[in-house]
Ligand binder design. Structure first.
Ligand code: NAD
Ligand code: MG
Length: 395
């Protein structure tokens, strides 16, 4: 039996993970489930999946979870706080850790899983954006496995040869073609973007996801974060990654080789495919996803991304090229700006404005030989800076 910890069990990826896991209960066992504040859903998941441990990042929610499970026979031990999450990511009886917390809040438990040598199933792209060097080093040092869950990166992983870590140029890769749906605002009149509501921004045409990543898809910051994620995962740089808008979201990304071949991975847009792939790798298991019907799809379209409409994508490329702390600053500013947009404190174009100002006004540093505490401090200061800018836009 493979023991699994699901970090962020109550979210969109967490729920899909538990669905795949339950289809293969002869193979996988949920050892630990974690969430932030959603006591009701985590309690329900504990009753259904009977983990040995549960944890909530918010201590008051952990107390309420403990109380609400008091009548459960063999109830899970409930831990609290970020330390509780780190502990459950590194349990000896756990083999795989699904890293599905949203935002930089996922960094510490994801890093704990990597340091403990687990198979890390990485959905939490923000942890690579904030601390790519640190996380990749932890994986190499401990012998952990890092398998991408983000559909594009999972697709690229599937299209690359097994020895891709020797260097993409050595294995004959010319470039990575990273697909993007373009989100719900791809054809929205550009002069009306300031009127977009959080509901409209979250109404993604092809994927059902959590609210933060949905807004990131509407601004295409999500693709920008994914460019940075791809650089770390596949040991490449922005010159070897092209973003391709593909509205149908059937091709999840492609790899172009020196000999003219282009390999793609296709499938219906359902995160259970990359989750099942990474959980079973190198084998294949059923994911519950409806098989792709190419006659129903009928056509596939491709466009170049419009950087005037999606300035966040350009900012992310800029941060990727700067390197050092720039991606961490970009991510922190974006998290604050997206939260402000969801709270209707700023408009949609305000997100790129805040991120651009923070990126421009923040001193950049190299991250060589810098540890977690240094990065968390950069993250905290960039958030404070972004909060001040949000405040000044609101006043
Ligand atoms: P979500 O908002 O649906 O769920 C987030 C989960 O994280 C919840 O379980 C929540 O309780 C937990 N969480 C939130 N804040 C926390 C904190 N401070 N401490 C501890 N736990 C916390 O998000 P999601 O859509 O499932 O996305 C999760 C991650 O996966 C994100 O990094 C996202 O970019 C990535 N991802 C998601 C999808 C998708 O289809 N949803 C696709 C690709 C990548
Ligand atoms: Mg993605």
């Amino acid at each position: 039996m493979i023991g699994v910890t699901v970090l962020g069990a109550t979210g969109s990826i967490g729920v899909s993970t538990l669905d795949v896991l339950a289809r293969h209960s002869d193979r996988f066992r949920a050892v630990a489930l974690t969430a932030n504040r959603d006591v009701e859903r985590l309690a329900e998941q504990c009753r259904q999946h009977r983990p040995r441990y549960a944890a909530m990042a918010d201590p008051e929610s952990a107390r309420r979870l403990h109380e609400s499970l008091s009548d459960m026979p063999d109830r899970p031990e409930v831990l609290a706080g970020i330390e509780g999450l780190e502990q459950l990511a590194s349990l000896p009886e756990v083999d795989y850790v699904m890293a599905a917390i949203v935002g930089a809040a996922g960094l510490r438990p994801t890093l704990a899983a990597a340091r403990a040598g687990k198979r890390v199933l990485l959905a939490n792209k923000e942890s690579l954006v904030v601390a790519g060097a640190l996380l990749m080093r932890a994986v190499a040092d401990s012998g952990a496995e890092l398998l991408p869950i983000d559909s594009e990166h999972n697709a690229i992983f599937q299209c690359l040869p097994a020895n891709f870590s020797d260097g993409l140029h050595k294995v004959g890769v010319r470039r990575i073609l990273l697909t993007a749906s373009g989100g719900p605002l791809r054809d929205w009149p550009i002069d009306q973007l300031s009127a977009v509501t959080p509901e409209q921004a979250c109404a993604h045409p092809t994927w059902a996801m959590g609210r933060k990543i949905s807004v990131d898809s509407a601004t295409m910051m999500n693709k920008g974060l994914e460019v940075i994620e791809a650089c770390w995962l596949f040991g490449t740089d922005t010159d070897h990654i092209q973003v391709v808008v593909h509205p149908q979201s059937m091709i999840h990304s492609l790899v172009q080789y020196d000999d003219g071949s282009v390999l793609a991975q296709l499938g219906n847009p359902d995160m259970r495919t990359p989750i099942a792939h990474a959980m079973a790798w190198p084998e294949r298991i059923d994911s519950g996803v409806t098989p792709l019907d190419l006659f129903a799809v009928a056509r596939l379209d491709f466009q170049e991304p419009d950087l005037a409409r999606f300035p966040c994508l350009g900012l992310a490329f800029e941060a990727a090229r700067q390197g050092g702390t720039a991606p961490a600053v970009l991510n922190a500013a974006n998290e604050i700006a997206v939260a402000a947009f969801l709270e209707r404190r700023i408009d949609l174009p305000g997100i790129a404005a805040v991120v651009g100002d923070v990126l421009a006004g923040f001193p950049h540093a190299s991250v060589e030989d810098q540890g977690l505490e240094f990065l968390l401090d950069v993250d905290r200061r960039a958030r404070e800076h972004a909060e001040r800018l949000v405040g000044s836009r609101v006043d």
